[in-house]
Design a protein around this ligand. Structure first.
Ligand code: GAR
Length: 210
């Protein structure tokens, strides 16, 4: 089966959704390694519990971003992945890293891109009194949170939502759409073209599918 490497920094609830999809034959591949830059990331335990190779690669042990990303490339390539999945990997990637895996790296982001790139997306959506919010799966390019969007899930923000309720609602949707996008990619249906993304050969709109 196609090989999947997942990068995480924290809880790994999206990783768990990918593991669960795999166990129901809905991932289209096998998660062969989970790598975390935070050695205490709870997602590493989720990986071990699922019998997946769990690797802690603490960024604090490297003197520069370039050195860290070089080490990360080595660990990833040892596992010969078909796709690299960023599931809450909270690091800015060097151009060299992005170029190495361009076109086979997917990220989940907690907003309806291109709105709210970067951090604190839920607080910013609330501050703006946004009526709609959600999450996006996109191909990773050198532009932070700026690569072509593949799939989005949208939800209504209600008057009594706060950061916590909104985060929970968004993450519930993340867990639904991320495994689907990974499966489409591994089935060869999704492609990065250099300018955008295609699904079954058709150019996707800038905000992907919904
Ligand atoms: C997810 O909500 C994901 O969208 C977000 O981190 C969370 C990780 O949760 N990613 C980013 O903000 C990327 N900049 P998880 O560890 O439980 O999957």
């Amino acid at each position: 089966p196609p090989r999947v490497v997942v990068l995480i920094s924290g809880s790994g609830s999206n990783l768990q959704a990918l593991i669960d999809a795999q166990s129901h034959d809905r991932l289209g591949g096998e998660i062969v390694a989970v790598i975390a830059n935070e050695p205490d990331a709870y997602g590493l335990k989720r990986a071990r519990d699922a019998g997946i190779d769990a690797v802690a690669l603490p960024h604090r042990e490297y003197e520069s971003r370039e050195a860290y990303d070089g080490a990360l490339i080595k660990v990833i390539e040892r596992h010969e992945p078909d796709v690299i999945v960023l599931a809450g990997f909270m690091r800015i990637l060097t151009p060299r890293f992005v170029q190495r895996f361009l076109g086979r790296m997917l990220n989940i982001h907690p907003s309806l891109l291109p709105a709210y790139q970067g951090l604190n997306t839920h607080a910013r959506a609330l501050a703006d009194q946004a009526t709609r919010h959600g999450c996006s799966v996109h191909f990773v390019t050198e532009e932070l949170d700026g690569g072509p969007v593949v799939l989005q899930a949208e939800l209504k923000v209600s008057a009594d939502d706060n950061v916590e309720t909104l985060k929970q609602k968004v993450q519930d949707r993340e867990h639904l759409i991320f495994p689907i996008a990974v499966q489409w990619f591994l089935q060869g249906r999704l492609q990065y073209t250099g300018e955008g993304a295609t699904m079954d050969g058709h150019r996707l709109p800038p905000d992907g599918m919904r």
